[in-house]
Design a protein around this ligand. Structure first.
Ligand code: URP
Ligand code: ZN
Ligand code: ZN
Length: 463
């Protein structure tokens, strides 16, 4: 069989198996997996000896080119997807935002235009709903049929993104009817707003008050309410950026009862804590995102949640704002600091390093968390999320032992700081293929902006 590429002699890792062998690629697909593929039949041979050959990472929570708080996130679809590729991520799902008095269609078209001719890896969209009339409900059905089967709703940010419970419930009923998935930002925005106003009245304006005014109970309450509403509606619910043990317990209870309740966490909640908010001067603004950082003991609870499947996914919530020009907007008032942090490039190394090399879970569980479960939950599987004949040749050749120190001076994200500055990780993506093409090799980007494709996704069908 003639092949374009053979990846030779690596350890092929999927969510279920670890085998030694070769992977053969023709065009943009994996066409052979065998003990010994003849290298003479291939135009290109990649030596993977001593390395893992894994499905490309799937980051289901990013905000590229997103307007927020009077500015917009610093990475667009070109810089953000190139940074993602450097870290071993080959597909992302971003968010198309419906603003008030707009159709969902308009949101989708707007974000499609942002990504067009820019994305260097494949991409898809969830649709954020901020207003839900009858026509929008109909639009949800149309979007599901057109390959956008997931919707993000907010229980926080009153007056901006927050939906009331009735609208949330109606969106969930529609998701249940059309085969959609509801992604929920679960924080009690009303209660938080009261606490925030009280803090401001007391003159508490420094970045750390962003964290101190958003208690874990507000996240746990909203998580519980989201799950209860989804249960009544018969819809699956996916809690985004879960940050603390109090909320984790609510997901655990729901899953123990057999509900279709899922949750992701993000590397910032696994590696950083409230202590980062005490950085000198205004530096704490680097860690202003929602939900906020929590007391350090929550980190190990989240790692255990990943190991035990209370949490199914690690995404990044990549939403970068430059420290100098953008975070600065809130120097005198923490409520004006644009919410979000950068991480799209670091997810695979951070999760591998802390999870696999840290002895918390297997390499197969790692693949499940960063690629296979995201693909299954969000309708990309088996095209994405595994190494199998017929799947897209989105592949990462990963060195499990190479070490790297994360730093803004070497990263590729278009932002002037790193949340993970100085953290040493063990486990690095060395060669990254997107649909058969090498797009990163030994730290060098070899792909092309615009070569990423919009991927139509299937309806929700479980994990
Ligand atoms: O602070 C964050 N997380 N910014 C992005 C928007 C969101 O809520 O995910
Ligand atoms: Zn959110
Ligand atoms: Zn987000």
């Amino acid at each position: 069989m003639r092949l374009d590429t053979v990846i030779r002699g690596g350890t092929i890792v999927t969510a279920s198996d670890t085998t030694r062998g070769d992977v053969g690629i023709l065009g943009d697909k994996i066409v052979a997996i065998a003990q010994d593929l003849n290298p003479e039949n291939a135009s290109r041979v990649i030596d993977a000896a001593g390395r893992y050959v894994m499905p490309g990472g799937i980051d289901v929570h990013t905000h590229l080119d997103m307007p927020f708080g009077g500015t917009k996130s610093a990475d667009d679809f070109e810089s953000g997807t190139i940074a993602a590729a450097h870290g071993g991520t080959t597909t992302l799902i971003d968010f198309a935002i419906q603003y008030k008095r707009q159709t969902l269609r308009h949101a989708f078209d707007t974000w499609m235009a942002k990504a067009d001719r820019k994305a260097a890896i494949d991409y898809a969209f969830h649709c954020i709903i901020t207003e839900l009339g009858d026509a929008h409900v109909e639009e949800m059905g149309a979007l599901v049929r057109e390959g956008v089967p997931s919707f993000k709703l907010f229980m926080a940010y009153p007056g901006v993104f927050m939906l009331d419970d009735a609208s949330i419930f109606r969106a969930m009923l529609a998701a249940a009817k059309y085969g959609g998935m509801i992604c929920m930002h679960a924080e009690n925005g009303g209660a938080i707003d009261v606490i925030v106003q009280r803090a401001l009245a007391e003159g508490k304006r420094a970045p750390k008050y962003h964290a101190l005014t958003r208690p874990t109970t507000a996240e746990a309450e909203a998580t519980s309410r989201a799950i209860a509403l989804a249960e009544m509606a018969g819809a699956p619910v996916y809690i985004v950026h879960l940050s603390c043990n109090d909320a984790l317990e609510k997901v655990r209870e729901a899953r123990d009862r057999g509900l279709a309740a899922y949750a992701e966490t993000c590397p910032q909640y696994l590696y950083l804590s409230l202590e980062n908010m005490d950085a000198p001067g205004f530096e704490g603004a680097k860690y202003v995102f929602t939900p906020p950082l929590r007391e350090k003991w929550n980190q190990e609870k989240l790692w255990q949640g990943l190991a035990k499947d209370t949490l199914q996914v690690v995404s990044t919530d990549h939403c970068p704002f430059c420290f100098k020009e953008q975070k600065e907007l809130g120097r005198d008032d923490f409520t004006k600091i644009p919410n979000g942090g950068p991480g799209i490039e670091n997810r695979m190394s951070l999760v591998f390093s802390g999870g696999v090399n840290g002895g918390r879970f297997s390499v197969n569980r790692f693949v499940q968390l960063v690629s296979t479960a995201p693909a299954k939950l969000f309708g990309l599987y088996p095209r994405k999320g595994t190494i199998a004949v017929g799947s897209d040749a989105d592949i990462v050749v990963f060195d499990p032992n190479e070490e790297m120190v994360i730093s803004a001076s070497t990263h590729h994200m278009r932002v002037d700081y790193s949340m993970f500055e100085g953290i040493r990780v063990r486990g690095v993506a060395k060669i990254v293929l997107s649909r058969g093409r090498v797009i990163v090799e030994d730290g060098e980007f070899k792909g092309r902006a615009g070569s990423g494709e919009f991927i139509k996704r299937r309806q929700y069908s479980g994990v």
